[in-house]
Design a protein around this ligand. Structure first.
Ligand SMILES: [Zn+2]
Length: 449
């Protein structure tokens, strides 16, 4: 008899065949059934056998099929017939439970087609296993509700909402779209939402409406990044407006040097500063737009919101009619969102968070191909190794001092008590803050998810 290469203790392997692609393994359940599965009466009568094929984990690069010679029984009491239950086998599918568990995890990282090929099943089956796996994760994994919540846009096939924990630099949810109803539905089901103090977001009215409705106590903050981005965009519009009047060579040069213009002035090296001054001298409107861009960024150097407001007022006056149209969007956005933009100065969202989120958004654009939104969402939220967890120990409780009258008596027990661990009233608990943004970015860049 071949050795039990299956490593499934409940089965005895009786024969083994292999070819270039597959293992075909004959096996039987070691232990015969002792009781009727319907009425529990003992000693049911053997009533024939049948062969059941069960897929198992791929082995040595080959697909594995186990042909189980399954016993059939007939109960002497209730007269019902039944097949013996197969241990370690999935209830729904002709697969071992370990294969199903492995496929679920693999499906988070790989395409369904590659798994179907490796196992020797259809993509439809992989999708069904994956869907069950995600449902199980949803039930068992609970992310801590952020006290500082971020809502941003991320592009996965189309624009989606991404919910983040700003203080912990984690992603806690991906929403199908950026609609008000979608955000409301998410917040309605969110445990502990009363504890949310701040929500940082882009200037996107549906988000604001949803937050004001569902989190009336939370303070809305427009993240600096989304505001200053508009100043860069305005300057870019001016740069592009020159394109028509330039020679191809000049156009390429201006295109090539746009990074110099997008940089902050104080970050330029000598060479870059020289390049910049050349462009700005030759193209006066671009010079004006660059100056306005730089001055707009400086509004954010203000220490208080009053100072920021004064800086904005001075900046707006300096917007010359020649470039006023280009900066119109930014000026209008500021007017529409002023209280929420200024709220940033009371509660600044850290640059580290914004930068790491933008890195994630950048690399996630590559992920989209070949996956459904559900698969992408699971990749982001449930990839093993990306969770940021913390174990909260129970609070220190002082050991109780014995009463004076009983002290002598208690002395006798001291040694014993010292030897026994002092059990705190509450157990340690683990908090899962969600998927760490920097770790996710690294895993995506390394092609591991
Ligand atoms: Zn029975």
């Amino acid at each position: 008899m071949p050795a039990n290469i299956l490593n499934l203790p409940f089965y005895a392997v009786t024969a083994l065949q292999e070819n270039d692609h597959d293992y075909h393994i004959d096996a039987g359940v070691r232990q015969a059934v002792t009781h009727c599965i319907h009425c529990k009466a003992s000693n049911p009568q053997g009533f024939g056998r049948r062969e059941q094929m069960v897929k198992d984990l791929p082995m040595h690069g080959k697909r594995v099929g186990i042909y189980v010679n399954t016993r059939r029984y007939r109960c002497r009491e209730c007269a019902k017939t039944f097949y013996e239950p197969l241990p370690d086998t999935d209830e729904k599918r002709a697969m071992t439970t370990r294969l199903v568990a492995w496929m679920g995890k693999q499906a988070v990282r790989r395409t369904f087609a590659s798994i179907a090929d490796e196992v020797g099943c259809t993509e439809f089956t992989v999708r069904a296993v994956f869907s069950d796996y995600v449902n199980q994760l949803e039930r068992t994994i609970r992310f801590e509700t952020p006290k500082w919540m971020g809502i941003d846009e991320i592009h996965l096939i189309k624009p989606r909402g991404v919910i983040t924990n700003i203080q912990n630099n984690t992603v806690v949810e991906l929403l199908h779209n950026r609609n008000k109803e979608t955000v409301i539905k998410y917040l309605a089901g969110l445990q502990g939402k009363e504890a949310i103090q701040y929500v940082a977001m882009d200037m996107w009215q549906p988000y604001k409406d949803a937050i004001e409705l569902m989190l009336p106590k939370a303070k809305i903050i427009i993240d600096k990044f989304h505001v200053v981005k508009m100043a860069n965009e305005a300057m870019e519009r001016v740069r592009k407006s020159y394109r028509e009047s330039l020679t191809p060579k000049q156009r390429r040069g201006l295109m090539h040097d746009r990074f110099v213009m997008l940089k902050r002035e104080h970050d330029l090296n000598d060479e870059e500063a020289l390049k910049l001054s050349g462009w700005l001298k030759n193209y006066p409107e671009l010079g004006m737009a660059y100056r306005l861009k730089e001055d707009f960024f400086k509004i954010y150097d203000a220490k208080t919101k009053e100072e920021a407001l004064r800086r904005f007022a001075a900046w707006e006056i300096a917007v010359m009619p020649d470039v006023r149209d280009t900066f119109h969007d930014l000026i209008r956005a500021w007017r529409n969102w002023q209280p929420y933009i200024l709220a940033y100065f009371d509660h600044p969202v850290t640059n580290a968070y914004t930068e790491s989120l933008n890195n994630l958004i950048r690399v996630m654009n590559r992920l989209g191909r070949g996956y459904s939104f559900e698969a992408l969402r699971a990749k982001i939220l449930f990839s093993e190794g990306a969770f940021k967890k913390q174990t909260i120990r129970p609070k220190f409780e002082r050991r109780r001092e014995p009463e004076r009258a009983t002290r002598d008596f208690a002395m006798a027990y001291m040694c014993l008590e010292r030897a026994m661990p002092h059990q705190p009233a509450e157990p340690a608990r683990e908090i899962n803050y969600g998927a760490d943004i920097s770790t996710l970015t690294r895993l995506i860049e390394a092609g591991e998810i």
